[in-house]
Design a protein around this ligand. Sequence first.
Ligand code: VG1
Ligand code: CO
Length: 542
Amino acid sequence: MIKTVTTTPYQDQKPGTSGLRKKVPVFAQPNYAENFIQSIFDSLEGFDGKTLVIGGDGRYYNREVIQKAIKMAAAAGFGKVMVGQGGILSTPAASNIIRKYHAFGGIVLSASHNPGGPTEDFGIKYNIGNGGPAPEKITDAIYARSKVIDTYKIADTADLDLDKIGTFKVAGMAVEVIDPVADYAELMEQLFDFGAIRALIASGVRVVIDSMGAVTGPYATEILENRLGAPEGSVRNATPLPDFGGHHPDPNLVHAKELYDDVMSKDGPHFGAASDGDGDRNMVVGKGMFVTPSDSLAIIAANAKLAPGYAKGIAGIARSMPTSAAADRVAEKLGIGMYETPTGWKFFGNLLDAGKVTVCGEESFGTGSDHVREKDGLWAVLFWLNIMAGRNESVAEIVKSHWAEYGRNYYSRHDYEEVDSDAANGMMTALREKLGNLPGQNFGSLKVAAADDFAYHDPIDGSVSKNQGVRVLFEGGSRVVFRLSGTGTSGATIRVYVERYEPDPAKHDIDTQVALADLIAVADEISELKKRSGRDAPTVIT
Ligand code: VG1
Ligand code: CO
């Protein structure tokens, strides 16, 4: 029943910021997915008879790869697979299932915020027993294995019906097809004051969620409409579709513009939120106020005690290096630890496991806590609703009073997508060579205080991760950061992160791009980005 198949290795299966992401035609090459899945299994030890969780965001090719993964798990010796009905599990829900049922690990099939479809993106990621993305030690081992792999094992059996809930057998291994939503909804109900949120909604506060044709539809419908009493239709684009209905499921001002415009319109809803393809990102908008993800992290941390799951307070905060320092000011005031990590959720796992931090966040619309080991889009949305109910204030009132208390970190990210890879790498190399000479230099009224290529020393396991982004810090707390994306699938994506701190409340109402204009110009001067990339404007500004 178990077949051993001879294969030839691919040289391009290097996991990026969050797993292996490629176009579907790349994944559809002979044995491509099988090679990578076998390389995962070959890099792990001690899973004999244990449970593996499998699920994905429902995008094109999800079902095919889930069938392969189940049959390969059976061949590898796992005792049981838990898979979401229809092959669906949002990334945070998968993390929760792994933790709750003490699974050995999980395979999450997603390319997150990237479009889906026959010529679009697909991805495979391995999560460890704590529910979080595998650390670099494991992803490095998977990559090394993938370059030399010559066989894989697979059970030679018929496909499983993924749509029927229940327990089945595949080549002697148990497969449990589970309701993808129930455990997650129950967890949210434990963390947040559903009664208060229900009362908020009943009082007339109109809440809408745009699931962008992606995985959060069933989760948001169950929680917002069925459990919190929002009227039917409050969740838009609620059915997960293989091509996300043509949406680019990236919750930001460009791709969730319809929702944004609706909330900003006179008679539109009071609160709007959107999630990405796999449900780990969130965008929050209130009437007259878009909340930057960096501010969202700071505000959630500052108000955490309003949510029953965090009533005892938080132990510490972690943020990725490019994320603004707004949360640092909250940590300082609360007298708790603050940690700065490289981009990617895998770097938060150790800090969360060690109890050093309770909440984490990234500027890329990602926020989460120790309830799982992934960022969690709906969690952030519910946290905001809980804070609004607890303070009896609108989003705009909450944000403005936060700025008045802590000062405002003006913040923006400029992305240049699909840039020629050589040009992008050349720009980063030239920047790195310049670093030593930058301190002390003046650019207009801005003086460079320090410049480096960020390296992270993990305080828990002592591992070191180098080359995590070039940062140029100016006197007074402003800074610009440059890095290349580790999730893009065509050419290179250059990300430029710009931040300026403004303590004076009289100056908190400036348009963000205007407030940052001098820094944006200096970023180009230092990096020669426009000249080298041949672009005169970013592809996406968030
Ligand atoms: C991007 C974001 C990063 C995030 C990662 C995965 O990575 O910048 O903050 O953790 O995506 O998120 P990069 O390397 O492209 O900048 V998701 O929602 O794609 O799993
Ligand atoms: Co995502």
